[in-house]
Design a protein around this ligand. Structure first.
Ligand SMILES: [Zn+2]
Length: 119
């Protein structure tokens, strides 16, 4: 029965219209299916990395030198939570950490860091 189904669908990868043979098909070709799969794998990898990073970070927020400041710079935030700059940007990109941009500078509120790591 299912082999008789012909559906006009839009490829989730390249956006082209195509005829799907099953209702679950999301991509127009094997190339697009492969590409979509790779993308999902990459996203999963980043998520896992951030999750494990979170665990380490919540243990490392103990730097007494910075404990009085409410607004931190990127450098201070990295020192504070013990992460590298690329990891910082990953957290921001993932929406885990909220930042404030103003005049080409980036400010990170201590409250946002606490919110990000549930502390
Ligand atoms: Zn496609």
């Amino acid at each position: 029965m299912s082999s008789n189904i012909r559906l006009l669908k839009v490829c989730q990868e390249c956006g082209k219209e195509f005829i799907a043979k099953t209702t679950v098909t999301k991509n127009c070709s094997n190339i697009c299916a492969k590409r979509a799969w790779k993308k999902r794998q990459r996203e999963k990898k980043i998520e896992t990395a951030i999750e494990s990073e979170k665990k380490v970070i919540s243990q490392e927020i103990k730097n007494p030198e910075l404990s009085q400041k409410e607004i931190l710079s990127i450098k201070e935030t990295c020192n504070y939570i013990g992460i590298s700059r690329p990891t910082f940007y990953k957290l921001v990109k993932a929406g885990t950490l909220q930042i404030t941009r103003y005049g080409g500078r980036v400010f990170i509120s201590r409250n946002e860091i606490k919110k990000a790591f549930n502390i």
